[in-house]
Design a protein around this ligand. Structure first.
Ligand code: MFK
Length: 561
């Protein structure tokens, strides 16, 4: 009787020619020699033991036990076996630490992102607590708060699973996850804690409505010191440790875990803070501004996670295409099937280059090897990359499920879950619209960031000589010219017009940048004996909708209630 072979994965580093060629082009040869064994080991785990564990753990979810048998409030969270294993692997392989050990200077961030990219898709989004851990470490280091740095950063960046801590981010309240300036949590000074009467310790009162994984040891959160004015400036950034030395939560309760569409292994929670002890990170005001280093790093993680999920479905679909026959031939011999897969691969490639470009710039910022133009570019590309790759991930994963026919819709293949997980990527860490408005904010008043983007695109296209790139080059240049003329006209027309078109503008910039980066890499491949198919990826991507600024006359008033 006929038996279909399922899709399988090989070593996810060795099989990924895009990742390997990208590293070869960007990272100095001696650095690559040093980091490659660790990447190959992570690739082996991600396609092997960890992937098998993920499939076996599919139905398990974290469990919250609020009460013990004797009526004590305990709020214990039991993670699933996959997540327990993922935490240990993440620590031992330095999936956060690699960015802080600085063994490879500014390439340390690229190294760490490559590890995260390989690790994420086999862990059911264990990238969430790691993203927060990374964001917290960076924020604390930048805060100059020496006692918190000494207390927490060695744990957050440890490779020892016994020492390793993860961090949470508790920002979203009932008033919103986007407009966090409206947060209602109050901070009261706790003078009893300090013999000199100095207000170092605070107590927090309020409700946090959607936290990141609440299994962490510490969290960064926002609260309004009593008497402060409304708005983001009146909030302050706080650090807290979740449990005391007996394992009891410090004056807060976990009311429930969220019942979400996807990311079901992540114990996201609703909390009530009732006198939770906390410490100021830096100052009693400007909480929104002070938490932005967390936001920018977790947005990078979001993009890397988006690309990693795209890569995972494409890897599975390619393998399946070599195993599945229909109408007398393997799918890998069917022109239409191959055409569909090539489209998915082109989108993945564009997203990959943009996410790793933000990683490169982040690495430069972290080692202070960044000039003004690159800083402006990083500020603009972070929201553009997050919003563009989030949308691509949902579209690519959704389309890729079709490549498995009905099997792509059946839960125990593990495939549908990828789509549910991808769907969070355009939502959390700033929705597409919020990030499109952030991109307008990043342009500033002098458009330095847009000039930096144009200059980077020009450098990319300047390195591209092969005539076959003529059309992609024209598409990039036309899209950017259109985006600039739209921006000028929309500014002239006023804020409603500008905001209404912000998403189309941002996606156009994001996709144009991706295409320029694809072209640059493809040209390099041509010159270095690489895969000539990269040219078709560029041409295909160029034809897949770069300039999205079409509805120039649309205004919110056009919506009927
Ligand atoms: C794989 C990873 C998975 C992660 C899972 C996490 C699960 C957690 C669930 C969640 O909670 S998700 C919710 C996430 N929420 C957000 O990401 C917030 C989205 N909203 C925004 O990003 C808004 O743009 C923002 C809250 C920042 C705007 O608030 P305001 O009060 O209108 O801010 P304002 O006044 O524009 O900016 C305050 C300061 O911050 C300004 O600087 P100045 O004080 O010097 O003028 C801004 O320039 C600065 N700023 C804002 N965004 C910035 C920034 N600076 C640098 N980078 C940015 N991105």
């Amino acid at each position: 009787m006929f038996q279909q072979a399922p899709p399988t994965l090989g070593n996810q580093y060795e099989d990924d020619s895009l990742l390997r060629s990208y590293l070869e082009r960007n990272v100095p040869a001696d650095t690559l020699r040093e980091i490659e064994p660790a990447l190959a080991e992570m690739g082996r785990l991600a396609g092997g033991d960890l992937y098998q564990m993920q499939l076996a753990d599919r139905l398990n979810e974290p469990v919250l036990t609020q009460w013990d048998a004797w009526g004590n409030r305990v709020d214990r969270i039991e993670l699933t076996a996959l997540w327990r294993a993922a935490e240990k692997i993440a620590a031992e392989h330095g999936v956060v630490a690699a960015a802080y050990e600085q063994k490879h200077g500014r390439f340390s961030r690229v190294h760490q992102c490559a590890l995260a990219y390989l690790f994420t898709p086999s862990t059911d989004i264990y990238s969430c607590p790691l993203a927060m851990t990374d964001g917290a470490a960076r924020t604390l280091l930048g805060s100059g708060n020496q006692s918190l740095i000494e207390r927490a950063v060695p744990h957050l960046t440890s490779r020892d699973p016994q020492e390793f801590w993860t961090a949470g981010q508790w920002m979203t309240e009932l008033t919103g996850g986007s407009d966090v300036a409206t947060s209602e949590t109050i901070a009261k000074p706790d003078l009893t804690q300090n013999s000199e009467g100095e207000t170092r310790n605070w107590r927090l009162y309020g409700r946090k409505w959607f936290t990141s994984a609440v299994s962490s040891q510490i969290a960064l959160t926002l609260a309004r010191p009593e008497g402060n004015p409304p708005g983001g400036r009146g909030l302050a950034l706080f650090y807290l440790e979740l449990r005391d030395e007996h394992g009891r939560l410090r004056n807060f309760t976990i009311d429930r875990l969220k019942d979400k569409l996807g990311t079901r292994k992540v114990p996201t929670a609703e909390l009530t803070l009732d006198g939770t002890p906390a410490q100021l990170v830096l100052g009693t005001t400007d909480g929104v501004r002070n938490i932005t280093p967390v936001l920018n790093l977790t947005r990078l993680w979001n993009g890397i996670s988006a690309v990693s999920l795209m890569r995972r479905v494409v890897a599975l679909a390619l393998d399946y295409a070599h195993k599945r026959s229909a109408f007398g031939a393997l799918l890998s011999e069917k022109p239409l099937h191959l055409d569909t897969l090539a489209g998915l691969q082109a989108e993945t490639e564009g997203a990959f280059h943009l996410a790793f470009m933000v990683a490169e710039l982040t690495g430069r910022a972290e080692t202070k090897e960044i000039d003004e133009e690159q800083s402006a570019l990083l500020r603009l590309l972070t929201p553009l990359m997050k919003l563009t790759t989030g949308k691509q991930a949902v579209a690519v994963v959704s389309e890729a499920l079709e490549a498995f026919g009905g099997a792509g819709y059946v839960e125990d293949t593990g495939l549908p879950q990828l789509l549910r997980d991808a769907q969070v990527l355009p939502i959390w860490e700033g929705t597409t619209n919020v990030l499109a408005l952030d991109a307008l904010r990043a342009l500033g008043t002098d458009d330095r960031a847009l000039k930096a983007l144009n200059a980077e695109v020009s450098r990319c296209l300047g390195s591209v000589h092969d005539q076959r790139f003529a059309e992609p080059r024209r598409v990039v240049q036309m899209a950017l010219a259109h985006a600039e003329s739209w921006l000028a006209a929309a500014r002239e027309a006023g804020t409603p017009k500008l905001e209404a078109g912000a998403r189309r503008f941002a996606l156009t910039l994001g996709r144009a940048m991706e295409l320029a980066l694809i072209c640059r890499h493809a040209q390099w491949l041509l010159e270095n004996g690489g895969d000539v198919r990269a040219i078709s990826a560029a041409r295909r991507f160029a034809a897949s909708g770069i300039d999205l600024i079409t509805l120039t006359d649309s205004l919110p008033g056009a919506v009927q209630h």
